[in-house]
Design a protein around this ligand. Structure first.
Ligand code: FEO
Ligand code: CA
Ligand code: CA
Length: 645
């Protein structure tokens, strides 16, 4: 039977069928191809690895106690360590709940600890406003723009300000800002490739961010969406602004003169002390492709380094929307408009989402903001790709003073990339055009920031096993998940496993309360050490350390021992790991935020069943037919206690 698909759709489909990996593995596709891997400056990698493996999960490669004897970079460490001792959790008090047994953590519906309960909030397609368009599958482009998107990921709850004299924030009503990372065409459209611009628009509107008003009206009632002038959808076609050193660069202008639109592949997130939401653009490259209609596209070295390809991740947007066609000369540079951290005001729907270019352009997993020495803003960020890097940004001055002057603390500062050494120490290398190494490659700071990956390659940053989330503990330790790296062939500092199919978690502490250029690191947990035990987990991804020292770990990958992806809680010793919640078959557990009273936690079930109704129908009752929908899970303790306890 002759195909009814447009020719260009058929041609792309043929090419894609030969490349199944792209269909199923959204964030695991491209390696850093540079030659930072040999670790010429590393002497004892193998020894370190042997020590690690011998010592088990909680034995550090190089403990902080040992590393404190390294004097070279330590000018303020002792003072710093003295002022912020690591909290010593009392066993049995910090984490008290009964864990989900290993044997129960699988299947098409979630499981939760006996001491907890959960409810479902805002599945994909929920009307943003209570009386908005109901979900029909597949959604129309128009409806989807007024509904919750798909691919629920990083999020932050912003409690409504209450009280007059003292600032307090509600734990019962507020704005939930939530990322919609991705949704495959097969899930969103019910077909592999778009057949019209309208299909593309539906897919585009399913991506981005929702800012949605939610409330729990009655003590024993459920959380619901409520009407609010602050609720809004931000998607691939929403006007955005640029700020910071790259804002006026020609790197962000196109021949066509089209205004900047949209945010894409919004993965993890952050929040600022001044009450805004930060959404992070991760695998933006996958939405571009090349039709080669008029000119044949040849990737520049920079495009190659960021993973652009002729077919992208099979979304096919470029077939109907020229903006995403790399071979269209009118839209050259459009791709430089993605890969940034974007600031959103959750309480002002008229604010234009603003891309903060001083934080660099790479595949931003998330951004963890802390206030460092001198009230400077420090932003820790991972670039999630095999052998890519960890970055930090430090604002030039006291953030409150900057804001008083009308300057965003995220616009003026220095960007650094991490270089770990085998001795348990490390340093932050500045990405600046003042460095002759970078001046030999780039014309100005705008280029350095736009092609931050290339700049970091040149500085000899340490290639990591896919940095995902970063979270800073109350004692200033910085925790980072390294989700896995099946292609590692050589051990490196902080990345000792060869290969590393299951991931690990590291932690470090910077000198001078996050603003210094030296740090000390250690391994916190190695996933493979938990396999075969009740505490089994793999592929740590989402991460949050609460102010008491509970470490929440979310997973994204093939769990061992028959498990679904899960949410676990441990403490800063890593010795007591408990399973709080497991998702459904084929999903990912990601995104974590709490109400100010910490009695309510929100996490997400992303891509349940990978969109296949034969696998799961969650959150609908199991019927083998209903399309599963990404959703937020609201978790509370049955006795009303702090979540995680
Ligand atoms: Fe979107 Fe690296 O996870
Ligand atoms: Ca992730
Ligand atoms: Ca992941």
């Amino acid at each position: 039977m002759p195909s009814t698909l447009p020719d260009k759709t058929v041609r792309l489909k043929d090419r894609l069928e030969a490349n199944e990996e792209f269909q199923n593995d959204h964030d695991n596709q491209i390696d850093n191809p540079t030659s930072n891997r040999p670790f010429t400056d590393v002497l004892n990698a193998d020894l370190a690895r042997r020590n690690l493996l011998k010592g088990g999960a909680t034995a550090a490669v190089v403990g902080f106690a040992a590393s404190m004897s390294v004097p070279a970079a330590a000018n303020n460490f002792n003072d710093f360590f003295g002022r912020h001792p690591r909290p010593r959790p009392k066993p049995g008090r910090l984490i008290n709940f009964r864990p989900v047994p290993l044997a129960l953590g699988n299947g098409p519906v979630p499981t939760i600890s006996e001491d907890y309960q959960y409810e479902v909030l805002i599945p994909w397609g929920t009307p943003l406003e209570p009386f908005g368009p109901d979900f029909n599958y597949p959604p129309s482009a128009k409806d989807q723009a007024e509904q919750i998107g798909i691919g629920h990921d990083g999020m932050s709850f912003f409690g409504k300000p209450v009280g007059r004299r003292y600032k307090r924030y509600s734990s019962r009503v507020g704005m939930l800002a939530i990322n919609h990372e991705f949704g495959r065409n097969s899930h969103v459209l019910g077909k592999e490739l778009p057949e019209s611009l309208d299909d593309v628009r539906t897919s585009q509107h399913a991506h981005g961010v929702s800012v949605v008003a939610i409330a729990k009206r009655h003590r024993h009632g459920a959380w619901r969406t409520i009407s609010s002038r602050n609720s809004r959808r931000i998607h691939a076609n929403t006007p955005v602004a640029f700020s910071g050193p790259v804002a006026k660069s020609e790197l962000l202008t196109t021949q066509n003169g089209n205004i900047p639109l949209g945010t894409l592949n919004n993965c993890s997130n952050g929040r600022t002390p001044w009450g805004t939401y930060l959404t992070c653009e991760e695998n933006f490259n996958g939405y571009f492709g090349a039709s080669n209609r008029e000119t044949a596209w040849v990737a520049t070295p920079e495009q190659e380094r960021y993973g652009f390809s002729e077919t992208g991740f099979n979304y096919g947007w470029h077939l109907f929307d020229r903006r995403f066609d790399l071979s269209d000369p009118d839209y050259r540079n459009e791709e430089n408009r993605f890969g940034w951290v974007v600031e959103i005001d959750p309480f002002d729907a008229t604010q234009t989402p603003t891309k903060r270019t001083a934080l660099g352009r790479f595949k931003h997993e998330g951004v963890e903001i802390v206030v460092g020495e001198g009230n400077r803003i420090v932003a820790y960020m991972g670039d999630d790709q095999r052998f890519d890097y960890i970055y930090k940004f430090v604002s030039d001055r006291d953030y409150r003073q900057m804001r008083r002057e009308g300057i965003s603390p995220l616009d003026e500062g220095k960007l650094y990339v991490a270089k770990f050494s085998e001795e348990g120490t490390g340093e932050w290398l500045e990405l600046t055009i003042d460095n002759p190494v970078l001046a030999a490659r780039f014309d100005d700071q705008a280029q350095v920031l736009t092609f931050a990956r290339v700049a970091a390659d040149l500085l000899g940053a340490t290639p990591m096993d896919r940095p995902e989330w970063i979270s800073v503990a109350h004692n200033q330790d910085v925790y980072c998940t390294l989700t896995n790296n099946s292609r590692r062939t050589e051990a490196g500092p902080a990345n000792p496993l060869v290969p590393n199919p299951d991931g690990h978690i590291i932690r470090w502490r910077d000198a001078n309360k996050h603003t210094g250029l030296q740090f000390k690191w250690e391994i916190f947990l190695v996933a493979q050490d938990t396999h075969g035990t009740e505490e089994s987990f793999s592929d740590p991804d989402g991460l949050m350390v609460d102010r008491d020292g509970r470490v929440f770990i979310q997973t994204d990958g093939g769990q061992k021992d028959g498990l679904n992806n899960q949410l676990l809680v441990t403490d800063t010793t890593g010795k007591d790991i408990r399973r709080l919640f497991t998702g459904v078959t084929g999903d990912e557990i990601t995104g974590i935020t709490m109400t100010p009273d910490r009695r309510t936690m929100f996490v997400n079930i992303q891509h349940p069943g990978n969109g296949d109704p034969a696998v799961t129908n969650f959150p609908a009752p199991q019927d083998g037919v209903t399309v599963p929908r990404d959703c937020t899970i609201v978790i509370t303790r049955k006795d009303g206690g702090i979540v995680g306890s």
